[in-house]
Design a protein around this ligand. Structure first.
Ligand SMILES: O=C(O)c1ccccc1N[C@@H]1O[C@H](COP(=O)(O)O)[C@@H](O)[C@H]1O
Length: 206
């Protein structure tokens, strides 16, 4: 079954609702300009109250190393998501499992990116929008994703309940990641949308 990550969790109620809806992973945005930014203490408190077998992912965008260290010391994240211009060396220096976001635009060579981020656990594909690192709510051309890439693919960018099944059918990713498409308002998830999204993803058989 295609895994589902719900990103941009800012409160316990949404975290538990996402788990109840069947999310495999929850994402926490440690990036202050984002409306989904979360502080260390809130993230720590949420993680302490999660049920087992739900992965926790910390999202960073060109983070200051001191800040990233503070997060890692306080919050027991399972996986790091680097969503900026971090190099392979910067991503791997933390000795933690990580995925690297690639912002898709014409000419992006995904086979080369998989080689560049050779120590990543997977490559997350988001839509390129100038001046915005991610969370744009916009899709990209899924046909531009070649089959048989050397890394597991996490498909993101503008996914929502109406396009989730089609996205999975076309790209056949390892996992999908959604933020804005399951929100009632910026930073607040909608339970029914999360359930509909996960139902859509799971409706496509492997
Ligand atoms: O969610 C954010 O605010 C965010 C900010 C900066 C970088 C990435 C961000 N979110 C990630 O962007 C993709 C797509 O999000 P959306 O579904 O289109 O809203 C997803 O991986 C989020 O984790």
């Amino acid at each position: 079954m295609t895994r589902v990550k719900i990103c941009g969790i800012t409160n316990l109620e949404d975290a538990l609702a996402a788990c109840g809806a069947g999310a495999d992973a929850l994402g926490f945005v440690f990036y202050e300009p984002s409306p989904r930014n979360i502080d260390i203490q809130t993230a720590k408190s949420i993680l302490e109250q999660l049920p087992p077998f739900v992965s926790t992912v910390g999202l960073f965008v060109n983070a200051d190393p001191g800040f990233l260290r503070s997060v890692l010391e306080a919050v027991p994240l399972d996986l790091l998501q680097f969503h900026g211009d971090e190099s392979e060396a910067e991503c791997s220096a933390w000795g933690r499992p990580y995925i690297k976001a690639i912002r898709m635009k014409a000419g992006t060579d995904l086979a080369a990116q998989c080689q560049t981020y050779h120590s990543s656990r997977g490559i997350l594909l988001d839509t390129f929008v100038a001046g915005q690192p991610g969370g744009t709510g916009q899709t990209f051309n899924w046909q531009a994703v070649p089959k048989g890439l050397s890394k597991p693919i996490v498909l993101a960018g503008g996914l929502d309940p109406s396009n989730a099944a089609d996205a999975v059918r076309q790209v056949r990713p390892w996992a999908v990641d959604v933020s804005g498409g399951v929100e009632a308002a910026k930073g607040k998830k909608d339970n029914a949308l999360m359930q509909a999204f996960i139902t859509g993803v799971h409706s496509v058989s492997k």
